[in-house]
Design a protein around this ligand. Sequence first.
Ligand code: COI
Length: 355
Amino acid sequence: SRAASPLQEACEPSSYSDDESTDIDWNNIGFGIRPTDYIYITKSSADGIFEQGQLNPYGNIELNPSAGVLNYGQGLFEGTKACRREDGRICLFRPDQNAIRMQVGAERMCMPSPSIDQFIDAVKQTAIANRRWIPPPGKGSLYIRPLLIGSGPILGLAPAPEYTFLVYSSPVGNYFKEGLSPLNFYIEDEFHRATRGGAGGVKSITNYAPVLKALTRAKSRGFSDVIYLDSVHKKYLEEATSCNIFVVKGNIILTPPTSGTILPGVTRKTVIDIARDHGFQVEERTVPVEELLDGDEVFCTGTAVGIVPVGTITYQGKRVEYKSEGQLVSRELYSTLVGIQSGHIEDKKGWYLKI
Ligand code: COI
């Protein structure tokens, strides 16, 4: 057996009791906000160092009307999950990866960021404090949302003078109303998600409101989500609004590279590893839209989304159908991930942090 990962060594397992119940129907939770008990919160001092955070009762936060985040969108968010295992333990999925991504994003957005240890500790404290909201095994997870925002007042355009790092959570089930059934995606050719040199490669809050127009339009036409193409040639696959995209062609799995305009998803990275371990040849390279349309199977990955097959893609009025029954590559990869999470498959890479 291999040594525990540095992440596992850093955090001592803690005991907890699950005697507090909730009145949630765990079979019908979907993906929506349900207030839990506590949020973790800390502010930066003038030198950009975050003080020791505290758990406060869940509720509204107070912001100055001229806070940098409200006026100039200086903010980042993260998404990670805590799950309950059959042995009663709670585990977090690769929170170190979210911590690193927040640091990279903070550098891009001119913000100080919490240290990796502080980030992981904040996520861990939030999960433990809200443990009664973690669904039973197999019913979903506690979605944990770390936020880093310019909370200090500023009028002229500049980095804010103070920052708040907070973590809240909500119990969630499937992201899409289709559950884990094949999705219907629409390729957008009017709007783009990101441009070269922009902030599409970090989890800036500014990446999300601009895609609402394309997303609500597609949803009103019955699609599950929108796939964006690159803004220069308008022909290369980027990502969907809420997730990364993979195309399967025989034994080859293609996905666009994280070269600045798409989000380096934690699930994306994990799926690439699992697929290679399963003997697939994974190519991270530019994928022309024709190659996407010509794939055998398409699937999407994300923290909120999980790993879900895409059954159809509509592009310029043409609807393409993909394999969505029988043995799917996406289901094979998903069962491995779930197997590692539940403890039925050995976690050789130390992805799950038990708390
Ligand atoms: C996540 O997958 O955690 C995200 O942040 C995507 C968001 C659109 C829900």
